[in-house]
Design a protein around this ligand. Sequence first.
Ligand SMILES: [Zn+2]
Length: 47
Amino acid sequence: MQEYKCINPNCGKVIDEEMLRRHIRCPFCGGRVLYKVRNVVKKVKAR
Ligand SMILES: [Zn+2]
């Protein structure tokens, strides 16, 4: 699932795609600037 993170430094909440539905807007602070968060975690082996 695609997740978004609020760019507002006072908020910074992670919002699920479901919570956004039609409106790309932070439900916590009302901010409209969100950026996509990738859930892909890169695993790097330490040598
Ligand atoms: Zn916010």
